[in-house]
Design a protein around this ligand. Structure first.
Ligand code: FAD
Ligand code: MG
Length: 342
């Protein structure tokens, strides 16, 4: 959808969502009291459903936390630490930003640079973030590739330094982190069960009241109105990265927002979507982006060295591969083939 229309659509959605937020205390099939909130932040729709009698107050605190994190981590907000780092190239950062940059670097190293927050000069060339989409020239990509390299981000205590031509973007990890923080804030405010949905990121707090787990649907990357199946999980993050989430089309070619830091091109590893299920939301977010770049074989290889995640890979040829312990129920009539690897 063109950016202008997207903004209008989202403004209308926000108006509607705010009116829903006005008073939405109710109960679901489990007869358990819950409250919901829906807001637009981080350029996406964020919805939270929290159970229990403390939910209303806890949701107010959760919304404050989302706005605080957006101000801290946004690549476009002029007062954010990330904006300052990109402008000044050297800053004294908060513990939170230091920790997120350090985790980003660790995941970059473990994924051989498939996940790299210093990819921002390339992302900017395509006009993502600002919605000014264009296909970059080869020479522009080559120049921007010279600015990419997570290993050049220097972290010394609370001092962060990046090279003069570098810039960073936490867009592929910060929503996962935000899910974890919102869960923590809800818990501090007396909520022990909640579902937090931030774009393609879902964070579950605790168990669903009176149920074995939450059933989370996984979107069909080829038809975003449909689902390929669902997972039943509790107290973890379920994060999906897909080429369908943000893209533009030029001369019949789709250009999507996940960039291969080694080529500067839109990642083309044979996968249409990757879902990572893991306790830590920031890790799930970063790995879903990394696996999308790495492709099936390398994602499976990564999995063999860790037992802390489950992964659902959907290939361009419509094969679903479920890796790990997660309970996945495919949609019956699905045109996809399906296999599991433990
Ligand atoms: P993911 O796969 O999780 O992340 C893809 C995003 O990460 C890309 O959009 C790009 O920014 C970056 N990226 C691409 N390739 C790689 C790679 N190989 N390694 C690491 N990172 C990569 N969007 C706007 O348009 N305007 C805004 O003002 C805006 N503000 C935001 C503020 C915050 C705090 C956050 C967290 C996000 C914001 N966003 C904004 C959205 C953001 O730019 C991304 O579009 C979004 O986070 C993508 O998430 P995803 O789950 O769809 O994809
Ligand atoms: Mg991600």
């Amino acid at each position: 959808m063109p950016h202008f229309f997207k903004k209008i659509f989202l403004a209308l959605f926000l108006t509607l969502a705010l009116s829903i937020y006005a008073a939405c205390q109710s109960s679901d099939n489990s007869q358990t009291e819950f409250d919901t909130v829906e807001i637009f932040a981080m350029d996406t729709v964020i919805s939270i459903k929290a159970y229990g009698s403390n939910a209303e107050k806890a949701l107010d605190a959760a919304v404050q936390e989302i706005h605080r994190l957006e101000k801290l981590l946004s690549v476009t907000e002029k007062d954010s630490e990330i904006y300052k780092l990109n402008s000044l190239k050297s800053i004294t950062a908060s513990d939170e930003v230091v920790n997120l940059l350090a985790l980003s670097q660790e995941i970059s190293s473990k994924t051989d640079g498939a996940f790299d927050i210093s990819v921002y000069p390339l992302v900017s060339l395509y006009g993502f973030t600002k919605g000014e989409y264009r296909v970059p020239e080869r020479c522009e990509l080559e120049a921007a590739l010279g600015c990419v390299g997570y290993e050049h981000i220097l972290i010394q205590g609370d001092k962060i330094e990046i090279p003069d031509d570098a810039s960073v973007d936490l867009g592929a990890i910060a929503k996962g982190y935000c899910g974890d923080r919102v869960a923590a804030v809800l818990e501090q405010n007396g909520v022990s069960s909640a579902v937090i949905s931030i774009g393609g990121n879902v964070r579950l707090l605790g168990k669903k009241p009176d149920a074995d787990g939450y059933s989370i649907a996984i979107r069909d990357p080829n038809n975003t109105q449909e689902y390929i199946g669902s997972v039943t999980v509790s107290d973890c993050s379920v994060v999906t990265s897909g080429s369908y989430q943000r893209y533009f089309e030029e001369n019949g070619v789709i250009y999507h927002h996940i960039i291969d830091p080694k080529t500067g091109l839109c990642a083309d590893s044979g996968l249409s979507s990757v879902t990572v299920i893991c306790k830590d939301g920031a890790t799930a977010d970063a790995l879903s982006t990394a696996f999308f770049v790495m492709g099936q074989e390398q994602a499976e290889q990564y999995y063999r060295n860790t037992d802390e995640i489950s992964v659902i890979l959907v290939s361009d040829s419509k094969e679903i591969t479920v890796i790990g312990e997660v309970e996945f129920a495919p949609v019956e009539s699905s045109e996809y083939t399906y296999s599991t690897t433990k």
